[in-house]
Ligand binder design. Structure first.
Ligand code: NDP
Length: 287
């Protein structure tokens, strides 16, 4: 029994062993990054600039985007520009993609990363907030994909979707956010199957992130989470690598995330209690 099993494991390993990443993979590539005015998106813009990619950035705050674009040009971006606007506006995804089409005439990588603000607390019953968050965190991702797909098919490009551990497992105090991230997994995992069935050579990478040290995340949850956040610079680089290597999923920080998901599959109740124990629930008070 052991020998065929070992053979199977080795065959799986060699079949799935990733090609090595090199920065040249991004040189001259045309990349859209959403949510690029701060946090992980901003760091992805800087990495892509150093790799000499063409970059189109988007978020709401024009002043911040201007500064990020300036820095990208200093770092060596082949070109860098931005479009500002809100993903709550259902016409905005098309505006962003049109900007890429008009400027470059094509697109190689679409990195969907933005999120709207949500509270970190017990679910407050506000259905309107859940609806709005679905628009920003989920439906705009779908709309961006729909508009970008003809160009991505042409270039045999990549879609990178930034999600969270809260999009794979239930976590307390983030019910609306978690719902939008689970929706991304359902939609894009289904789409990936269809691409394979129809031989559409566009890769879809789902990024499952743990706690990262961005200003907004630390501000929202540091009082209630045990453990140290991982660095946003490294996280941003790993996201770009996983997209360039056309990986199915990225789990970051490495090691911990894979073991957690395995534990969830084997012992879900125990896993849930472990999740609850990672929060300082006494520090979360209903408003
Ligand atoms: P930030 O809050 O730092 O950045 C969010 C970005 O989205 C900003 O550029 C913001 O810019 C933009 N944004 C906010 N509202 C809108 C809107 N209505 N329309 C368009 N853009 C908007 O987030 P992080 O960098 O921490 O997170 C990035 C990604 O990583 C997210 O998908 C998040 O879910 C995921 N993640 C992060 C974790 C963490 O611990 N940091 C953990 C797990 C996943 P502006 O305000 O100018 O619009």
């Amino acid at each position: 029994i052991l020998i065929p099993l070992l053979g199977l494991v080795l065959a799986f390993y060699f079949y799935s062993a990733p090609e090595n990443f090199s920065e040249e993979m991004l040189r001259g590539k045309r990349v859209i990054v959403t949510g690029a005015s701060s946090g992980i998106g901003e760091q992805m813009a800087y990495h892509l600039a150093r790799m000499e990619a063409h970059i189109l950035l988007t978020a709401r705050t024009e002043a911040k985007l201007q500064k990020v674009v300036e820095r990208c040009l200093e770092l060596g971006a082949a070109s860098a520009r931005y479009v500002s606007g809100s993903m709550e506006d259902t016409t905005f995804p098309e505006v962003v993609v049109k900007e890429a089409e008009n400027t470059w005439g094509g697109l190689d990588m679409l990195i969907l990363n933005h999120i709207g603000y949500s509270y970190f607390n017990y679910f407050n019953g506000d259905v309107g907030h859940v609806r709005k968050l679905l628009e920003i965190n989920f439906l705009s991702y779908v709309a961006m994909t729909v508009h970008a797909l003809p160009m991505l098919k042409e270039s045999e490009g990549s879609i990178v979707v930034v999600s969270s551990l809260a999009g794979k497992t239930g976590n307390p105090f983030v019910a609306p956010y978690s719902a939008t991230k689970f929706a991304l997994d359902g939609f894009f995992s289904s789409l990936r199957h269809e691409f394979i069935i129809e031989k559409v050579n566009v890769s879809i990478t789902l990024c499952i992130l743990g706690y990262i040290n961005t200003e907004s995340a630390v501000r929202a949850v540091s009082h209630a989470i045990r453990g140290t956040p991982a660095p946003k610079e490294e996280c941003a680089l790993e996201i770009i690598k996983s997209g360039a290597l056309r990986q199915r999923e990225l789990h970051y920080p490495p090691g911990m995330m894979g073991s957690l998901l395995l534990l969830q599959a084997i012992a879900p109740e125990f896993f849930d209690s472990l999740i609850r124990s990672s929060y300082k629930v006494e520090n979360v008070r209903r408003p």
